[in-house]
Design a protein around this ligand. Structure first.
Ligand code: 0A1
Ligand code: ZN
Length: 881
């Protein structure tokens, strides 16, 4: 059996340092559409920490080898072994050597979008995680750091712009030809996954930035010709990110150039290549007419994220791919903090926690659950997950909550100081916080190793006689794949005891200590805390700011939750109390559909009325409070025997109930927020639009003619994409009569704009009616659709599988069949995108029996198909395990 057919899992415990190191890399790349030639000169030496006498083993992937030489002498065929996936020099002298390799590749045939490929006529690269081996043979692992010099040559007509990592050191014409070249030198040693180059006909937005110590940095954002007027917001976000990282983390930029290139074909969001970030153009291009407020917020966050990687990821990289969270969790935490500082902190926290629960909690509850730092993988591409990114960020946030602002910063400073230039591990990271604060983080480290969402049950009781309040806390970590028994975690539980007037009571623990910064540290399976001098019965506000990513249950009553929703001084918990009421209602209402009493919505109405009436609240916050838990949230809460149709119906009922009950307030609020002046993407203006749109939406829930007319007017009057798309979505979901003309008008207006047409695809794919499957199938034949473009696939097919629960989970199984068919059709072309699509089945075990068996059969059909990519084979196998 060939090695490729049955790849062995990689294990963290098998880590060994590389046998050979690379000091410098000289690349000479002659770009050609079908026959790109890559000459690589690698200065290598035996690693003193490696195995003595080792051969030089280089990774490759679909490469054509033309020549290989050692110290200037071409190697005889017997001195090396070469396949498209590897090159081994059998008996090199055990001393520094120069390895020169000539390979050829076909960028136009590269549909995986890994390595060197073409997007809209330009050449670009994606090397993380293992794409560099598709450009040249190399020890393609993150602990091999080298200094790169890259010469790029191309037809001037085809690629007037030629970009590489680092600083540009030379450029010129090639005499007597139509070709030209540039040479780039990156002085910072880096792993191969951070290599990048771009060649093409691109427009540039230029700016500059002066760092804290006075380095003048040239900034460039390169986009498809004609789109430069949409890159202004990204440039502004970049400059704000650069300043923020200096001010908050003391991190300064370290090259003379920082370039960003936006490409239309990209597997993920963006990539932090040193000095040359490459972006999915969806996260660069924005104008009021084409981008929503959410798009603007995403652009700001992702520009910041990639930029912040310059220190957390690039200057300090990962020893191996198991340590992915070391750069990703930390960098997500940093970009979340940046956005919090640029916008409203509570609203950002609410949005982040919603995302965490919808993606990460769902992952943790199903067969794809894995630790923040996995201990084994078959395909690393499948570990760019919500767990590694979002839960990884929560773990860093908990560290800060435990250590406090100053202790956290001391740990970060030590990390930058101690590990600059290293390929580090999670242990290295934690040791910095332990050393800087003189504490032991051994138990805390379980957050990296144990998968699953911890469950925390809290029981509070007030004793009038002793004026004390007691909290009994039990933690439980449910079993997850490969982890049956777990040890207790360290859970920082931020809390407040809220008195009858809404004021926070002092937190005086029984032993006389204060609960430091309002945080209890829970570390035992069962633990009690007693607060003294509590004169009146308080209401406990638990896990404030979502201080720990846990599933919390408590003995808080409905009245307590209504009280918190109105009075809690912690805005996150104010929001969360209302959500908890809504979720409890939706669960009960779903169950009531198969018998039982329907719950009353009165407490929720009361809580939301108070929120809508409170003029002091940020409109963005109110909009979040009004937005009900999603159908997927309800499914997760129910946990087993899920019937997506019952959930959809219950949620529809509640929307109508709220629309009716809150009508006077909604009708008052809607006109109060009418737009004035021209569109601005700032958080304040976005918040007003969000609340106005939330009102529009709830008012339209009963589909009364006047409310539909309001939505039509909103659609027609919109002068920006946020309002236009929102109104279109209200019509598409709730007004079958008005839907088609509105969709057609939208299409006509934006037909030449692929990123906007993606919104049109996505919206249609989310319509909760049986005809949607045929609509989606038909749209795969639309001229604007292309299976080769990941954004198109995600917009149309990904929206159907992950944002349309009733139709993906059709009772006849046709939704599952369609997605499985698409996964199989896509796998040969782009395994990463196919594997992500297949992950839509991650909650199949929680379904009611009929759907469960239909879904399982489709995943099994995929798993049993011969010739699958490792990506899809891995997701299929784990989903069934
Ligand atoms: N490091 C990037 C994510 C990324 C990962 C893989 C990619 O190609 C397969 C591309 C981007 C980030 O965190 O932004
Ligand atoms: Zn990242």
């Amino acid at each position: 059996m060939s090695r490729d057919a049955e790849p062995q899992p990689v294990r963290l415990s098998d880590y060994r340092p590389p046998d050979w190191l690379v000091d410098t890399v000289h690349l000479d790349i002659r770009l050609d559409r079908h026959a790109t030639r890559v000459m690589a000169r690698l200065a290598m030496r035996p690693n003193p920490d490696g195995r003595e006498g080792s051969p030089i083993a280089l990774d490759g992937d679909e490469l054509v080898l033309k020549a290989v030489s050692l110290d200037g002498t071409p190697l005889a065929g017997t001195a090396y072994g070469a396949t498209p996936s590897g090159l081994t020099l059998f008996a090199p002298p055990q001393q520094p050597v120069l390895v020169e390799i000539e390979t050829w590749l076909d960028p136009s045939a590269n549909s995986k979008l890994m390595g060197l490929y073409r997007s809209s006529g330009a050449y670009c690269t994606q090397c993380e995680a293992e794409g560099f081996r598709r450009i040249t043979y190399f020890p393609d692992r993150p602990d091999v750091l080298a200094v790169y010099t890259t010469r790029i040559e191309a037809e001037r007509e085809e690629a007037p712009i030629l970009l590489g990592n680092g600083n540009r050191v030379a450029a010129g014409e090639i005499e007597g030809t139509s070709r030209h070249y540039t040479i780039w030198h990156d002085p910072w040693p880096k792993p191969s996954y951070l290599f990048a180059l771009v060649g093409g006909r691109l427009d540039k937005v230029a700016d500059e930035f002066r760092t804290a110590t006075g380095r003048q940095v040239e900034l460039g954002i390169y986009v498809e010709p004609g789109k430069a007027d949409r890159a202004g917001y990204a440039m502004d976000a970049l400059k704000r990110s650069m300043r923020w990282d200096e001010e908050v983390f003391g991190c300064e930029y370290d090259l003379d150039v920082f370039n960003i290139v936006a490409v239309a074909d990209f597997n993920m969001g963006a990539m932090e290549n040193k000095g040359l970030n490459i972006f999915n153009d969806k996260y660069v291009l924005a104008s009021p007419e084409t981008a929503t407020d959410a798009d603007y917020a995403n652009i700001e966050a992702i520009i910041a994220h990639e930029y912040f990687h310059n220190w957390t990821g690039n200057r300090i990289t990962c020893r191996d791919w198991f340590q992915l969270c070391l750069k990703e969790g930390l960098t997500v935490f940093r970009d979340q903090e940046f956005s919090s500082d640029q916008r409203s902190r509570p609203v950002k926290r609410i949005a982040d926690v919603r995302l965490l629960k919808s993606h990460q909690f769902a992952e943790d509850a199903g067969p794809l659950a894995h630790p923040v730092r996995p201990s084994t993988y078959r395909e690393i591409n499948n570990f760019y997950t919500a767990t590694v990114y979002e839960k990884g960020a929560e773990v860093v946030r908990m560290l800060r909550t435990l250590l406090g602002e100053e202790g956290f910063r001391a740990g970060m400073d030590l990390y930058f100081d101690r590990h600059d230039g290293d390929a580090a591990t999670v242990e290295d990271f934690l040791a910095c916080f332990a050393d800087a604060n003189g504490i032991d983080l051994t138990q805390f480290a379980r957050w990296y190793a144990q998968s699953g969402t911890p469950e925390l049950d809290v029981h509070g009781s007030w004793d009038a006689a002793t004026r004390s309040y007691r909290l009994d806390i039990a933690q439980h970590l449910p079993p997850t794949p490969g982890q049956d028994d777990k040890a207790p975690m360290v859970i920082p539980l931020a809390l407040g005891l809220v008195g009858p007037d809404g004021e926070d009571l002092p937190l005086v623990l029984d032993d006389g200590a204060n609960a430091e910064r309002g945080v209890l540290v829970v570390s035992q399976p069962r633990q009690s805390f007693v607060f003294r001098e509590v004169a009146t019965r308080p209401v406990a506000s638990l896990n404030r700011g979502f201080s720990a990513p846990v599933k919390l249950t408590s003995n808080l009553s409905t009245d307590d939750l209504v009280f918190l929703a109105r009075r809690d001084s912690d805005p996150f918990n104010r929001f969360d109390a209302a959500q908890t009421l809504a979720l409890a209602h939706l669960v009960a209402a779903t169950r009531a559909r198969s018998g039982g009493a329907a719950p009353s919505a009165t407490p929720l109405v009361e809580a939301l009325s108070a929120t809508l009436e409170d003029a002091a609240l940020d409109p963005a916050f109110v909009a979040q409070a009004l937005s009900l838990p999603s159908e997927a949230d309800v499914a997760r809460e129910i946990g087993r025997e899920v019937d997506p149709d019952a959930i959809h119906a219950a949620r529809g009922d509640l929307r109508r109930t709220l629309g009716d009950a809150l009508r006077p307030l909604l009708e008052m609020t809607y006109p109060r927020l009418a737009p004035f002046g021209t569109y601005a993407p700032d958080a304040g203006s976005a918040g007003r639009r969000a609340l106005r749109n939330a009102c529009l939406d709830l008012l339209a829930a009963t589909a009364a003619p006047a409310d539909i007319a309001r939505a039509v007017a909103h659609f027609e009057a919109a002068d920006n994409m946020t309002d236009r798309l929102f109104a279109l979505s209200v019509l598409a979901h709730g007004a079958p009569q008005q839907r088609e003309p509105a969709l057609a008008a939208f299409y006509e207006r934006f037909r030449d704009d692929p990123l906007v047409i993606d919104k049109w695809f996505a919206l249609q794919a989310q319509i909760a009616e049986p005809a949607t499957l045929d609509r989606v199938r038909a749209l795969t034949g639309h001229p604007a659709f292309a299976m080769s473009n990941p954004n198109r696939v995600r917009a149309l097919i990904g929206s159907y599988s992950s944002a349309n629960p009733t139709q993906f989970n059709r009772a006849d199984g046709a939704g599952y069949r369609f997605i499985a068919d698409t996964v199989l059709a896509l796998d040969g072309r782009n395994p990463q995108v196919a594997a992500r699509l297949l992950a839509a089945f991650k909650s199949w075990r929680a379904l009611e029996p009929r759907r469960r068996s239909l879904a399982e059969a489709e995943v099994r059909r995929v798993a049993d198909t011969p010739g699958l990519s490792p990506d899809v084979a891995d997701i299929a196998a784990r989903s069934l395990s």
